[in-house]
Write a protein that binds this ligand. Structure first.
Ligand code: ARG
Length: 364
């Protein structure tokens, strides 16, 4: 346990949250935390510290364009939940709360932290909802290549399903990592926890015939939430989707569903030369379809113009509070029509990898 990090965090919590008490309260709490670290090797956050820490971890996420709403993050304090079955059940409840019948709410579910010599349970999946992917003997892909590693992982554990394009992977939970009993348990996601949107195009009836769909809640489940030196390895969190994540990456990347040639052919575009810009034209129609379909289904989704404008407002708002907004240009700028958005035409405060609280890549 890094005592300095603990002290820094508690101090910042009291600075930013005056309702938590005065300077004397802050010093008292710091002494209490240090004594607890001396006694136990770690310390327990108060519910208010935990909620603040999680929200600031989002505010600090340099790759996220959606940070304007960081204060509204719903924090579920599930530190007492350590059993694999219960973790899975709470993850499904997370998806229901976040999905909220289409009005997506940003939510984080925080399970037990690591303790000295006792690593906490982990979620194996990189997102709570992901589609399986398999390569057929003739080299074609069924499903999402991005899900291939988790698909083989799940199969090793005994999961067996037909090879279909939009097959949701099971949730895999490792209750006791680093022990002889570290084999994960797997759980099929209940239907009522997975909100999905069938994709159609406002002008092209053939688009619906492609049978495409995507899930509504992107919930990252393989990042470690670190607050004041305490590491929470199971802390799945979600926001809502920005259309381009699906339309310009998941469905379009050659290493993902690779749909641009399919869409271009249906649109009757000339693919004999790159100079016809068939890729670009197909990409736009794919993104039109994604935004249209989520709208039709009543599921929250931002377009990249609106989300870019919100991010610029977020930066201004943070500046008024005297805070920088570290941001990674290459992640903030949308993968479609970049130069038509305000986030393209500027640079950002530098990213500090030591900034905390933070959501960290597993293994870092
Ligand atoms: N880009 C990832 C995906 O397409 C999701 C990352 C988080 N996105 C978000 N809008 N919170 O699944």
């Amino acid at each position: 346990m890094d005592r300095l990090q603990a002290v820094d965090f508690v101090r910042r919590f009291h600075q930013e949250q005056p309702q938590a008490g005065d300077a004397a309260d802050a010093e008292r709490r710091i002494r209490e935390v240090l004594a607890e670290i001396d006694r136990t090797g770690t310390y327990e956050h108060t519910p208010a510290e935990l909620a603040f820490g999680a929200r600031v971890a989002w505010r600090n996420a340099a790759r996220c364009i959606g940070r304007l709403y960081w204060r509204s993050l719903v924090v579920r304090d599930l530190r007492h939940v350590t059993d694999a079955d219960d973790i899975a059940a709470e993850c499904f409840e997370h998806l229901r709360l976040a999905g909220n019948a289409g009005r997506i709410r940003p939510v984080v579910s925080i399970f037990a932290p690591d303790r000295p010599g006792r690593p906490a349970p982990r979620i194996v999946n990189d997102q709570l909802v992901r589609y399986a992917g398999h390569r057929t003997p003739d080299g074609r892909w069924i499903g999402d290549p991005r899900g291939a590693v988790m698909t083989s992982r799940a199969r090793e554990l005994g999961w067996k399903r037909d090879e279909e394009p939009f097959q949701v992977l099971p949730l895999m939970v490792q209750e006791r990592p680093g022990t002889a009993a570290s084999r994960p348990e797997w759980y099929e996601l209940p239907d009522d926890s997975v909100l999905e949107v069938p994709l159609s195009h406002p002008e092209h009836p053939w688009f619906a015939e492609l049978g495409l769909r995507w899930y509504a809640v992107p919930a990252i489940s393989d990042m470690v939430l670190e607050i004041g030196g305490v590491r929470y390895p199971a802390a799945p969190f979600n926001g809502w989707y920005m259309g381009t994540e699906i339309g310009a990456r998941n469905l379009a990347d050659a290493e993902r569903l690779d749909l641009l040639p399919v869409v271009a052919d249906r649109l009757g575009l000339d693919r004999s030369s790159e100079r016809t810009l068939w890729r670009d034209r197909a990409l736009v129609e794919l993104n039109v379809a994604v935004l249209h379909s989520f709208q039709e289904a009543g599921v929250t989704m931002a377009d990249h113009h609106t989300e870019s404008e919100r991010f610029i407002r977020h930066i201004a708002q943070e500046r008024r509070q005297g805070r920088p907004t570290p941001a990674d240009w290459s992640w903030i700028v949308p993968p479609l029509s970049a130069s038509t958005t305000p986030v393209f035409h500027r640079y950002y405060d530098p990213v500090d990898p030591a900034l905390r609280p933070a959501f960290l890549a597993r293994g870092s």
